[in-house]
Write a protein that binds this ligand. Structure first.
Ligand code: VNL
Length: 386
């Protein structure tokens, strides 16, 4: 017969046993996204894409059960860092993922390095992010990729005098530098370089300046979510009628907002790695499945979240569910078809290599789309030191 003490010990052991079994059978992925605040659309897109990936691919990988934990950082870098710390120390996640803006990714990089936790950047796009930790892998894109591809197109299309306008932080600096340097290399003229704050930008003064300068084209990078407000003001202030051509990175003609922008978006040429109108069988299925589950169209953030999950799942298969260096090794060098087209995770830089498409906004079946008409194939990040 058990006495009371033995009985309690047995229960304690049983509980401990189940706890251990659970810990060994479950693999946790910690996702940090801006679900609220100015970048909430980015969080909403990536969260929906992660859920779609899990719905399509199941929760079992390498005999383990995947648990995705999503935390909202409101795109406040201090919050991102604190949440990452908690996810690593308390939840023992094998991977960190998400990161809506560059400062959030940068704030978390030291945690990834110290804890040897692979960190998959699904949104932020400043070139140098992947150099901030050897544990960072990126599935989004880089601004130098989009800026250089667009500058090459604009040179071939008679655009000589340009003004650039970017958000005043990391990815904006990259966009400005790589676009204007390429224009100068092509013997063009850079009339001015304008910047607007990341938080609560006021576009009126810069648009007035552009109107006065009258360049052949205004080049714009603004983070996902700001494009519609900007483009509407561009039209309201008559810059399009004044013969100033708007060209942009695809962040500005974001599929998430494109239909709200209206006619002023028509004909805007832009460069990016993903369009919801990309004409592949895989993308048609991705868009259909995404729209069946959500009331909105997937944008470039969604595809980066989806591909990021692919990278994590395949790496877990290779590492048999182990984290750390084994998981990182499984991420490096992955090559696969994505809804955007072919993707390579460069084993040396851990950055994404993919096609940069040149697109034009067109109306089809009553909706606005970024229609791809040219591409720079297999583009590496031009921002990486040679
Ligand atoms: C960043 C780059 C953020 C591109 C974006 O949207 C974007 C970033 C929130 O690196 O902070 O479209």
């Amino acid at each position: 017969m058990f006495n009371r003490r033995q009985h309690l010990t047995a229960i304690a052991l049983a509980v401990l046993g189940t706890g251990l079994a659970q810990a060994q059978d479950t693999v946790k992925i910690g996702v940090i996204l801006p679900m609220t605040g100015q970048q909430a659309s980015t969080g909403r897109q990536i969260d929906a894409a992660i859920k779609l990936w899990v719905a399509q691919n199941g929760k079992k990988v390498a005999g383990k059960t995947i648990e995705v934990i999503v935390k909202d950082d409101g795109s406040i870098p201090d919050a991102t860092r604190r949440l990452a710390q908690e996810l690593v120390v308390n939840d023992k996640v094998v991977a960190l993922a998400g990161f809506g803006i560059t400062p959030s990714a940068m704030a978390t990089a030291p945690i990834a390095t110290q804890s040897k936790t692979p960190m998959v950047v699904m949104a932020a796009a400043t070139s140098s992010i992947t150099e901030a930790s050897p544990y960072i892998v990126r599935t989004s894109f880089t601004l130098p990729q989009a800026a250089v591809a667009l500058a090459e197109w604009s040179n071939k299309n008679g655009i000589k005098k340009v003004v650039s306008l970017v958000a005043d932080y990391g990815p904006g600096f990259d966009a400005e530098k790589f676009f204007t340097n390429q224009v100068l290399l092509n013997s063009g003229q850079v009339m001015d370089k304008l910047r607007t704050p990341l938080r609560a930008p006021d576009f009126a003064p810069v648009l007035q300046k552009v109107r006065d300068l009258k360049p052949d084209a205004l080049f714009v990078f603004l983070p996902s979510g700001q494009g519609a407000a900007f483009m509407k003001q561009f039209g309201e202030r008559g810059l399009d009628k004044a013969g100033i051509r708007l060209i942009a990175t695809g962040d500005v003609t974001d599929d998430d907002q494109l239909n709200d922008i209206g006619d002023v978006a028509l004909g805007v040429v832009n460069a990016h790695h993903y369009s919801a109108a990309h004409p592949s069988a895989m993308n048609k299925k991705f868009v259909a499945d995404f729209q069946a589950a959500n009331k909105f169209r997937p944008n470039f953030m969604a595809v980066s979240g989806y591909d990021g999950m692919r990278v994590i799942y395949k790496a877990l298969e290779a590492s048999k569910g182990q984290g750390g260096d084994a998981l990182l090794a499984g991420m490096k060098g992955q090559i696969f078809e994505s809804p955007r087209g072919m993707v390579l995770i460069d084993a040396q830089t851990r950055d994404v290599v993919h096609d940069m498409y040149i697109r034009k906004v067109e109306r089809k079946d009553g909706q606005l789309w970024n229609i791809e008409f040219d591409a720079v194939k297999g583009m590496k990040d031009p921002g990486k030191a040679k």
